[in-house]
Design a protein. Structure first.
Length: 393
């Protein structure tokens, strides 16, 4: 959780506790910090960035280099926006291309929607090619394009960065397909990409970009985001979202409440909404907007940290699973070469690392995932990392 989000979370909790749902609170929520009387505003300085839901969406569009006219949806539950994306794909496409590196829970949502609409999913097996064959970015783009063509696909659902840390060449794939074979609808899962890699959404290579706030954005509270990226498909997405909401298929309190705020048409009776994610996300996005270094430079720093970790892992009993440089991110997978960690339950393995000062994600069969910061790791930190790897073998 970044410092700005922490401070916003604290001051919002104080404000909600001390003011409750007073008139001042409603004015603050709808119109922003400047609507508060100065004597009250001085008590909650860490919320001074808040200028209302529309301003938050403008900040998000700005950091994503999207035009101010593009629509943005927010929801307490990311799965609801994934369902919107899946429904849009099924309305526009007959055969949707995915990879075998996609987030399983999202694939389940897409699969259920495809079964309902009698659509086909074509999964490209690229895991072995990426981690074992060290396939190049250009060759991976060609492989995805060939599978798309050979299976007569007309839709895409791909991650900008997979949960294993692989940067997929989605924009390059769409460019390779060209105008004649251009997908009817493209969804990019940016859960691991927002505030992690340069996204280039302004080029319009996708129709809908999905993201969350509790990962690399570092806002802590889970909140789903969906951004329309192409003007040609935006009216369709907006119409579909309204249709799904009216039918109860897009049942999310924050989605409904933020729409009420923007349209200035509050309902007399509505579901209670958790608003804390709005303020931590808005603070984190504002931090992102005011960053001193470009995202490409920050990513380079993270990859340098990954390389330091790779160098320090030699001889520990853990083998880095790395792709070629052009597909690398700030995420590193490590595989155990011994039998013991492979037999240890994932929770126990994660706890073992945590006892050594390293927080990571553990998977079955002795596989762990580490994520690295932008700031350069010092010798003491890399020594700690190596010590933890040696201890947990």
């Amino acid at each position: 959780m970044c410092p700005e989000a922490q401070a916003a979370d604290i001051d919002f909790a104080r404000f909600a506790g001390e003011e409750g749902c007073s008139l001042y609170f409603e004015q603050f929520l709808q119109s922003g910090y400047m609507a508060l009387p100065p004597s009250l505003a001085r008590q909650y300085l860490s919320l001074s960035f808040w200028a209302g839901i529309s301003a938050f969406k403008n900040d998000l569009r700005s950091v994503l280099a999207l035009p101010a006219a593009r629509n943005v949806f927010v929801a307490n539950r990311s799965a609801q926006l994934v369902r919107l994306a899946a429904r849009a794909l099924c309305r526009r496409c007959d055969n949707i291309l995915v990879s075998d590196l996609e987030w399983p829970a999202y694939l389940q949502i897409l699969s259920a929607e495809c079964q309902r609409h009698q659509r086909t999913i074509t999964a490209v097996p690229i895991r072995h090619a990426v981690f074992r064959e060290k396939i190049s970015k250009a060759a991976l783009t060609d492989r995805l394009a060939s599978c798309y063509r050979n299976h007569n696909c007309d839709g895409l659902f791909l991650s900008a960065v997979t949960f294993q840390g692989i940067r997929l060449p989605v924009a390059e794939l769409v460019a390779e397909l060209g105008d004649e074979e251009k997908p009817r609808f493209t969804v990019v899962d940016g859960a691991q990409a927002l505030n992690h890699i340069p996204l280039g959404l302004a080029s319009g290579y996708c129709d809908l970009f999905l993201a969350g706030c509790h990962k690399w954005l570092r806002a802590y509270h889970p909140m789903g985001l969906a951004c329309c990226c192409r003007p040609s498909s935006e009216p369709f997405i907006e119409s579909l979202s309204q249709e799904m909401f009216s039918e109860g298929d897009l049942d999310d309190p924050l989605f409904d409440f933020t729409n009420q705020l923007e349209q200035e048409r509050p309902k007399s009776f509505s579901e209670t909404v958790n608003l804390a994610p709005l303020f931590t996300a808005a603070a984190a996005v504002r931090r992102m907007a005011t960053a001193q270094r470009p995202k490409s430079e920050e990513l380079l720093g993270q990859r340098e940290n990954v390389q330091r970790a790779v160098d320090r892992s030699a001889g520990t009993g853990w083998k880095p699973a790395t792709p070629v440089e052009s597909l690398q991110t700030g995420i590193l997978l490590l595989e155990s070469v011994a039998d013991v960690p492979q037999a240890v339950p994932v929770d126990a393995l994660r706890q073992r690392f945590l006892s050594q000062g390293i927080a990571l994600t553990a998977y079955e069969n002795g596989l762990v995932r580490t994520s690295f910061p932008v700031q350069p790791l010092g010798s003491a930190e890399t020594a700690l990392f190596r010590s933890a790897l040696s201890f947990c073998i």
